[in-house]
Design a protein around this ligand. Structure first.
Ligand SMILES: Cc1cc2nc3c(=O)[nH]c(=O)nc-3n(C[C@H](O)[C@H](O)[C@H](O)COP(=O)(O)OP(=O)(O)OC[C@H]3O[C@@H](n4cnc5c(N)ncnc54)[C@H](O)[C@@H]3O)c2cc1C
Length: 603
């Protein structure tokens, strides 16, 4: 796209708009403020106005939201972010902005069309009086001077570790010490919120260690940083799973987390009167009762296996397991392996089994989208998350906010051309796949991989090589539904028999509210409803339209219960807003939630 307006014209347009907007808000006039938006506008708010994660569409919704929040939020100080000159392209002027509310400081992103706001992103990044001790506020570390009662850093850490959860209750308990749980715990530590993160596994990172041997991250390094601690410049583009596990383990120490390994949450109940959870955990075999005020389930979006139940499974004499329990290929050299499913895990597992010399058959039950990793990196992620982006001055934080600034309702419009380009670029590849009988799709509206991920969290493979094995027949492909298992194999509905020594069910994962059912009660799981999905009305993402991921990183219908997770990028970015929501409650700041989501789907 070519820039048609001079930068100073773009700056003038943004300055004028911000001036009018700021005045309307200061005058507590929601309708006047909303009139500055286009009719088809979007305002996405990450906790700055709503203490919620919500997108408002059109002037009426914006007016209503402002009517309910303005007098409390008292926003002001709207200005263009220093060093970030607004720019115009294709009739849209974009600008980064700063603002303040009565309780915090925010960053935002603005898109103007014909002088009116088309999209606005508002995010809170810090609370006044509770700023993180970083940069000029970093701690001294050393205590200079003479002090006979001096305690060392190590002694202080030991003392904290010994008392938290024993003589002092944590304010927040995070169940699940994967990347999501520990990233959130790191943020809460910087905000001085007493937090314990527990994990049933013996070592931080074990979740990754336990996955199949060949696994490397599918997303590139620039997309995967943890909060505060970026991967070094010599870190590989695609992190092998044991390497990321070691990184996460180190992270828990470097970020000084109160991490309880080998600790499993067994049950939890909430007392509405005292505002306290009672959580029974088993710590290294011993029962311990914790009484946090806030409970975060960071137990993994890809953690609750969806294990199918086919007739005859109990009679099958070979090995069978869900992909999450797949130990890797070594024991299956020369054996007949049937992998049910055709998404990420299925392809990875098929590829590794084939490399070991197994006879592998993939059972494709429904269509799958495949993006080749190199194309995805270049066309879809490159502008924000790549070496080139870094060289051009893109920071992780700015990339995350840019990503967040595109409202979900219209995101597919931006995604469709990306996949049109990919279709053209990898034409031969797709032709070969389809010729091999693979049922390939581009998403219901041709918007490709990322929308599938956001809508249903499944239905795709990022190809790192295994697709070619299917295309050239090295991995055999059959299409159809599994009817039953026999003692010796898998039988499809059309009668096809697949003799097998191993059956892997690469059949995906269930909604995170299933964790709440296990830990708290089925009633609470139903009360909060399904996690994830936008309500787009596309396959496996039934409407009505929600506008945001259900239940993720924001208040739920169960007081003091939160869900945290997603990929590394999402966990990093949204942990900030979740941490601030928890801090506000711990600090006793009023944080009334506007527009608490309704529940439309229970599981
Ligand atoms: C095969 C595979 C490949 C993936 N590749 C990528 C990738 O390339 N990039 C990316 O960003 N994402 C990827 N993901 C998705 C996602 O990032 C990972 O699933 C990641 O592990 C999620 O992190 P998490 O912290 O949300 O959950 P998890 O890592 O699943 O951690 C949850 C933790 O909760 C613990 N837990 C559960 N129940 C309890 C309990 N009752 N008490 C105590 N502890 C409990 C578990 O032991 C576990 O350690 C992949 C997922 C899979 C399955």
């Amino acid at each position: 796209m070519t820039t048609v307006t001079q930068p100073d014209e773009a700056t003038a347009a943004v300055t004028t708009w911000l001036g009018q907007f700021g005045e309307a808000l200061a005058a507590n006039d929601p309708a006047r403020a909303a009139a500055l938006f286009t009719e088809d506008s979007f305002w996405r708010d990450l906790i700055a106005f709503t203490w919620n994660i919500r997108t408002f569409e059109g002037r009426d919704e914006i007016t209503r939201m402002l009517g309910a929040t303005l007098s409390r939020v008292q926003p002001g100080g709207w200005k263009i972010t220093a060093g970030g000159e607004p720019a115009e392209a294709g009739g849209v002027t974009e600008a980064w902005i700063d603002f303040e509310t009565s309780v915090g400081r925010g960053k935002g992103q603005l898109r103007l069309r014909d002088g009116q706001c088309w999209t606005l992103l508002t995010t809170l990044y810090e609370l006044k009086g509770y700023e993180e001790p970083n940069g000029p506020r970093r701690p001294m570390g050393a205590e200079h001077g003479a002090n006979p009662d001096r305690t060392s850093w190590q002694e202080n850490r030991d003392q904290e570790a010994a008392s938290l959860g024993v003589t002092q209750q944590p304010y927040v308990l995070i169940v699940g010490g994967g990347q999501a749980g520990i990233g959130l715990a790191a943020r809460l530590r910087q905000l001085s919120v007493p937090t314990i993160v527990i994990d049933k596994r013996a070592r931080p990172g074990d979740q990754w260690r336990s996955r199949y041997r060949s696994l490397c991250l599918h997303d590139p390094v620039w997309y995967d940083h943890m909060p505060y601690l970026k991967f070094p410049d010599n870190w590989p583009v695609f992190s092998p799973k044991d390497k990321i596990a070691d990184w996460l383990e180190s992270y828990t120490r470097i970020m000084e987390l109160n991490y309880w390994p080998s600790t499993e949450a067994k049950s939890a109940s909430y007392n509405e009167t005292t505002g306290e959870w009672t959580v029974t955990v088993e710590r290294e075999g011993q029962p311990v009762v914790l009484r946090p005020r806030q409970l975060v389930l960071a137990t993994g979006m890809s953690g609750k296996p969806n294990v199918p139940s086919f007739p005859g499974m109990e009679t099958f004499r070979g090995d069978q397991h869900h992909s999450s329990a797949h130990p890797g290929p070594d024991a299956y050299r020369g054996q007949r392996c049937v992998v049910v499913g055709s998404n990420n895990s299925a392809f990875d597992i098929c590829g590794a089994l084939w490399e070991t010399g197994a006879d592998v058959t993939m059972v494709q039950r429904s269509s799958t989208h495949i993006s080749r990793s190199a194309s995805l990196m270049e066309i879809a992620l490159g502008a924000l998350y790549s070496e080139e982006a870094v060289a051009a001055g893109m920071t992780t934080e700015k990339a995350d906010l840019t990503f967040a600034s595109v409202p979900y309702r219209i995101m597919h419009i931006f995604q469709i051309p990306v996949y049109e380009q990919m279709r053209e670029r990898d034409k031969d590849f797709y032709e070969r796949l389809e010729k091999a009988g693979f049922d390939h799709d581009w998403g219901d509206d041709n918007s490709g991989l990322f929308m599938k991920y956001l809508r249903r969290g499944s239905g795709y493979y990022i190809d790192v090589g295994a697709a070619d094995l299917v295309a050239n027949g090295d991995v055999k492909l059959v299409r159809g539904q599994v009817d039953h298992l026999t003692e010796t194999g898998v039988v499809l509905e059309d009668g096809t028999e697949l003799p097998a020594d191993l059956v892997v069910y690469a059949t995906g994962y269930n909604s995170m509210n299933g964790w709440a059912a296990d830990l708290i009660s089925p009633e609470v799981a139903d009360k909060v409803g399904k996690c994830w999905g936008l309500g787009s009305g596309t396959t496996k993402d039934p409407g009505p339209w929600e506008g945001e991921e259900r239940n993720m990183w924001k208040p739920t219908q169960q007081e003091a219960l939160w869900f945290h997770g997603g990929n590394l990028h999402q966990s990093r970015h949204y942990s900030l807003y979740l941490a601030l929501q928890l801090k506000a409650r711990e600090a006793g700041l009023p944080a009334p939630v506007y527009g608490l989501q309704e529940v439309h789907h229970r599981s």
